[in-house]
Design a protein around this ligand. Structure first.
Ligand SMILES: Cc1cc2nc3c(=O)[nH]c(=O)nc-3n(C[C@H](O)[C@H](O)[C@H](O)COP(=O)(O)O)c2cc1C
Length: 493
């Protein structure tokens, strides 16, 4: 497991999974354009080292494109071997997540190599990109963690919410209202507080952002989950200006006070959202983080994620958001048998409208049971507008295989079930503004199950070789293994 971003960069470079871009590029849109094209061309991670206006600033480098494209880069960030099948990777993480490991507090960390307070604080020293033309500004935080503490229980939460720069010492954080950080904020407000300590972790150890953006339940300390997945405690270090702790080997930490009085909120955005669209071109009033202290490594590296791709840019692999692990656990916890895997069927997102589940079909209505269970879990509103259930012989990480199963096994009259009028993903472009307004901003989804499993009630038939469905003509597993063993002998690559 990589202790910090630099070890990760070194490993990516060693496997040819990273390119250093030494030509000058503009933080203003050009980097966003490069990423779009890089994804179309299946390029490696990109480390920009010569960014306009940032050749002599404290922060000069920006790492991107580690999360999309080849799944190997994600496996590396998760500390798994590069040959792990994506579904097996999710299964391993699902099991590990259940055994939490507490972090250890250390007294020395590379994030403290430089400490700047007061007048020295300057967010403009870092090469924050403006990803898209109509974005409202530069986003310093798109792939790290926002750390807060529950003032009563001491629970430390790490979430992932975007941060826009608004001058030397001010940024906004784009929290959705049900963020755990805002649960903490409500407690500060109830005690008469006007602000809350927040730490923004930039250039975190590579696993941290994946965990921060996965919605673990209230009370779960995400640093314990990081420890669980990496199977050793995360090293954390105390902040300079608050009792928060942050990953000690991060590139940059911004410490500040989040202003809670609505009269202090300022306009933020617009921002190219995860479906690849703008929710609207108007700005939205957001909470301000008044930054009091910046600590960082020498020559720190910012790590960003350009969301906002849409159907026009299709990364080789969908973003394997850890949310699908949560859904998989939910199905198991509800006692639904035969679940072989849960995988997103659409690209990058804080929500996955399409969720694909593979099952060993065991009883009449099994697929409907899966779909209704997915639609019943509280807090998972952003997932599963469309649930596709397939048999376990279909590789659900391969979209073509899933489409073929739908083509061959779906009988629409029986296999399509629509469940109308549920809460929906607010950012989904299919939601008309009037409905969004009517639902108080949450959106409304009519959800659909596409059951592409062979019907369990069919009888075995002699013409199907005694099976309950037509049989396939493909080579046996044994033959394929033999062929793979001899592959090079055949003179094939
Ligand atoms: C790439 C990505 C970007 C996200 N951006 C935001 C954001 O800007 N604001 C937000 O409230 N949630 C955002 N989310 C969702 C939160 O990270 C997610 O709900 C997380 O669970 C929040 O942490 P919490 O559960 O500890 O509150 C994003 C998720 C992903 C995967």
């Amino acid at each position: 497991m990589y202790k910090d971003l630099r070890q990760f960069i070194k490993a990516l470079e060693a496997t040819g999974d990273l390119v250093r871009i030494r030509a000058e590029v503009d933080w203003d849109e050009e980097i966003g354009g490069i990423i779009e094209e890089a994804l179309r061309r299946d390029q490696p991670a990109l480390l920009f080292e010569n960014i306009k206006d940032h050749q002599r600033t404290h922060g000069r480098k920006l790492l991107t494109n580690t999360q999309l494209g080849l799944f190997r880069r994600v496996l590396m960030a998760w500390g798994l071997s590069e040959n792990t099948h994506p579904l097996e990777a999710l299964r391993i993480l699902k099991e590990r997540c259940r055994q939490r490991v507490k972090p250890v507090v250390v007294s020395k960390g590379s994030c403290k190599e430089v400490i700047e307070t007061g007048d020295k604080v300057n967010l403009l020293e870092f090469p924050s990109p403006k990803w898209h033309a109509r974005d409202g500004g530069r986003y310093i935080h798109t792939w790290g963690a926002i750390v807060t503490r529950d003032p009563d229980s001491g629970w430390i939460n790490a979430g992932l919410q975007r941060g826009q720069v608004h001058g030397k010492d001010r940024m906004t954080i784009g929290f959705i209202e049900k963020s755990h950080a805002l649960m903490h904020a409500a407690k500060y407000l109830a005690k008469g507080g006007k602000s809350m300590p927040v730490a923004v972790v930039l250039g975190a150890p590579p696993l941290v952002p994946y965990v921060a953006c996965a919605p673990f339940p209230a009370g779960v300390d995400e640093f314990d989950v990081v420890g669980a997945i990496q199977q050793e405690p995360l090293e954390v270090i105390k902040c300079e200006t608050s009792d928060l702790v942050v990953p000690a080997h991060s590139e940059i930490i911004l410490e500040g006070e989040l202003l809670l009085d609505p009269s202090t909120f300022i306009p933020e955005g617009p921002f190219g959202e995860y479906p690849g669209t703008y929710l609207g071109l108007d700005k939205v009033m957001r909470r301000v983080l008044q930054v009091k202290c910046v600590t960082h490594r020498q020559d720190p590296i910012l790590h960003g994620l350009m969301e906002g791709l849409g159907p026009h840019v299709s990364p080789a692999r969908d973003f394997p958001y850890l949310e699908t692990i949560g859904l998989w656990q939910n199905l198991e916890d509800l006692g639904i048998p035969g679940i072989k895997g849960v995988y997103p069927g659409d690209s990058l997102g804080a929500g996955h409208p399409i969720i694909i589940v593979s099952i060993d079909n065991m009883y009449y209505g099994h697929a409907r049971h899966v779909a209704t269970a997915l639609w019943s879990v509280h807090g998972k509103e952003l997932q599963s507008k469309i649930v596709i259930v397939v048999d376990s012989d279909v590789d659900i990480t391969d979209k073509n295989a899933v489409l073929n199963a739908v083509a061959q096994r779906l009988r629409p009259m029986e296999g399509i079930t629509i469940f109308p009028g549920t809460i929906g993903g607010a950012l989904d472009p299919s939601i008309v503004p009037e409905i969004r307004e009517m639902t108080g901003g949450s959106g409304r989804w009519d959800r659909v199950l596409i059951d592409a499993t062979w019907p369990i009630e069919w009888k075995p038939r002699p013409e199907w070789g005694g099976q309950k469905h037509p049989i396939y003509c493909n080579a046996s597993k044994e033959l394929l293994e033999q062929v793979r063993r001899r592959w090079q002998e055949y003179g094939l690559k």
